[in-house]
Design a protein around this ligand. Structure first.
Ligand code: ADP
Ligand code: ADP
Length: 231
């Protein structure tokens, strides 16, 4: 795992009167799962996108494992961070296998290892490799697309996982299985996970700590599920 440190993180989108994220400071410990909960529009996705460098902060700093993310080149960033989003974000012109293989290939894994990893990841998310390997995203249900999105995020075994409602469209039984897998990854492989969800039961189940956010991602509470439940 690698710790994530946010310091005075602020994002003001061009043309907006108020910042979407305003002066957020937060430490995520190496190997812990932090859940972000808060009303729609409070800046959760913006926060994750800044950590992942998909958008530039207006102000503030982000360090992962002590290193400023602005010092990381794109390949290193992809090696460090796995990113899964609610809308699976799959490339429509690539097959399921090509989507999952994307980051391992970018990291120049040998072809045989990539192939084996794609199968392993499909098994992990409960999709039969023989059946789904060659399909295109449009040939999958929304829940299946999300599962492929999760498989892609995990494929290169990154120490950090940023997950933005990754199980929202997944059926309840598979969701339960994926939640268990995530807990296992964190316990056994010490992943550091930041996970956005609207589902309070999910937050309680998988979170080591829960950050309750208000408007502009102001942190109202940041504590263990036990402490949050008794407050
Ligand atoms: P959440 O993930 O908590 O629902 P978002 O991070 O998506 O919140 O959005 C936070 C705020 O920023 C919202 O008011 C939203 O309308 C605004 N916002 C998000 N993306 C953009 C953008 N690309 N340009 C302008 N405003 C945006
Ligand atoms: P775009 O400009 O279209 O957002 P990006 O190259 O930034 O293109 O991202 C393309 C897709 O790759 C995104 O939709 C996202 O889901 C996925 N992605 C972004 N960062 C990562 C990452 N670190 N690991 C795996 N997938 C990622």
């Amino acid at each position: 795992g690698a710790a994530i440190e946010l310091e005075g993180l602020t994002k003001r989108y061009p043309g907006s009167a108020l910042p979407a994220v305003d002066d957020v400071s937060m430490d995520v410990r190496a190997g812990e799962t932090v859940i972000l909960v808060g009303p729609s529009g409070c800046g959760k996705s913006t926060l994750l996108k800044m950590i992942n460098r998909l958008i530039e902060p207006t102000a503030g700093r982000i360090r992962i494992g002590g290193e400023d993310v602005t010092d990381m080149d794109p390949v290193r960033l992809r090696r460090t961070i796995g990113y899964a989003i609610q809308a699976s974000g799959l490339f429509p012109h690539m097959t399921v296998a090509q989507n999952i293989a994307l980051v391992p290939k970018m990291l120049r894994w040998p072809a045989a290892r990539v192939r084996a990893r794609v199968e392993e990841m499909l098994d992990l998310v409960g999709l039969d490799p023989g059946e789904f390997h060659g399909r295109y995203p449009r040939q999958l249900s929304g829940g299946q697309q999300q599962r492929v999105g999760v498989a892609r995020a995990l494929a290169a075994d990154p120490p950090v996982l940023l997950m933005d409602e990754p199980f929202g469209a997944v059926d309840p039984i598979t969701r339960d299985h994926l939640q268990d897998e995530l807990i296992r990854l964190q316990r056994e492989l010490h992943k550091t996970i930041v996970f956005v969800t609207h589902d309070f039961d999910e937050a309680i189940k998988i979170g080591d700590r829960i950050a309750v956010l208000r408007e502009r991602s102001h942190i109202a509470q940041f504590d263990t599920p036990e402490a949050i439940l008794t407050n």
